[in-house]
Design a protein around this ligand. Structure first.
Ligand code: NAI
Length: 333
């Protein structure tokens, strides 16, 4: 068997980890650096599977074009699947798989890294000291100990973040339509309605998936409910926050700080080296101009362990798909 698989939006590190994954030698790997769209879908011709990432756009026309090109399996090498029209995929008979949990620790730890960096102004101190500016003016942070953290979404990642923050001695409250009661009791975490979490939290962190219901969860109305001076961290999906409303709240000095690993319009910007180029996105430019905003370019997942696990599960499912076998448990959408 040597089944062709077309990989879209790949970087050298993707190719490296996938090529080294067990079973990858049984597949004919075709790596593309461009993203999958309706326009690029015909390049998959000859492949029976495609492998895609968070910013590939698998809407109905794109899926139809893949199907017409002979593709029968779409393997997402990520957990989130908001970029795939699953209904259309089902109607076309396309199998869709993902990697539901590769390293929730990677994302949880990055979330806390962002929070600590922003709160203790490490990003500013790093630059200052390199310029031999040893002044502390403007670098004052606050003790996390004793403050309240609000975790929205207590799945795999949200729970780990909550536990780490409990370790700092924070009071942790949470909101989730499906509360994990036993876990919350064990860790001393209280579930509260969303409005209460927004109003009481000094630190708000988002760990829910992007769905039609959660789109712009933080908007003009809900941001007005957030405790004045609170810090917001989003390592989940950019579209959970209405960026225009977020900028307005920052300009009105109602927020202490914002740390983002994801951005509403990150597609085509994040993962690319655009240094030396004009940034055409005015809202991202504005966000980057605030001293109390910290942005990383969707790197929360980016650890050795996570990349190896993503590659392992993806390659195994691609091999199983090529053999007509059932996919790994819990990976089929
Ligand atoms: P999960 O599926 O284990 O947990 C999600 C939780 O959110 C569930 O408990 C669910 O009940 C809850 N939820 C759903 N709708 C909600 C709502 N309206 N309000 C509050 N809670 C709600 O997912 P996991 O693995 O913890 O991942 C969370 C998100 O993190 C993913 O959906 C993905 O978008 C994002 N992510 C980001 C990465 C990055 O590199 N920045 C990497 C991996 C995931």
């Amino acid at each position: 068997m040597s089944t062709a698989v077309a990989f879209f939006d790949t970087k050298p590190y993707d190719r490296d980890y996938i090529a080294r994954a067990p079973g990858a030698e049984k597949l004919a790997l075709r790596f593309h650096d461009f993203r999958l769209t309706t326009e690029t879908a015909p390049t998959a011709r000859g492949a029976t599977a495609v492998c895609v990432f968070v910013n590939d756009k698998l809407d109905e026309p794109c899926l139809a074009a893949l199907h017409a090109a002979g593709v029968r399996h779409v393997a997402l090498r990520c957990a989130g699947f908001n970029n795939v029209d699953l209904k259309a995929a089902r109607a076309l008979g396309l199998a869709v798989t993902r990697v539901p949990a590769y390293s929730p620790h990677a994302v949880a730890e990055h979330t806390v890294a962002l929070l600590l960096t922003l709160n203790r102004r490490i990003h500013r101190a790093f630059n200052r000291v390199r310029e031999h500016n040893f002044s502390l003016q403007g670098l004052v942070g606050f003790d996390l100990h004793g403050r309240t953290a609000g975790v929205i979404g207590t799945g795999k990642i949200g729970r780990l973040v909550a536990q780490i923050l409990r370790g700092f001695g924070m009071r942790v409250i949470a909101h989730d339509p499906y509360p994990a009661v036993e876990w919350s009791t064990t860790h001393g975490i209280d579930y509260r309605p969303l409005e209460a979490v927004l109003a009481e939290s000094d630190v708000l962190t988002l760990h829910l998936p992007l769905t039609r219901e959660s789109h712009h969860l933080l908007n003009e109305r809900t941001l007005a409910l957030v405790k004045p001076g609170a810090t917001i961290v989003n390592t989940s999906r950019g579209k959970l926050i209405d960026t225009t409303a977020l900028i307005a709240a920052l300009k009105a000095r109602r927020l202490g700080g914002v740390a983002l690993d994801v951005y509403e319009e990150e597609e085509g910007i994040f993962f690319e080296d655009l240094s030396g180029e004009l940034l055409a996105d005015d809202e991202l430019s504005r966000l980057l101009s605030f001293p109390n905003v910290l942005v990383t370019a969707h790197q929360a997942f980016f650890t050795e362990e996570a990349l190896a696990e993503i590659a392992r599960v993806t390659a195994e499912n691609l091999v199983r798909g090529a053999r007509g076998e059932s996919f790994l448990d819990g990976t089929t959408l």
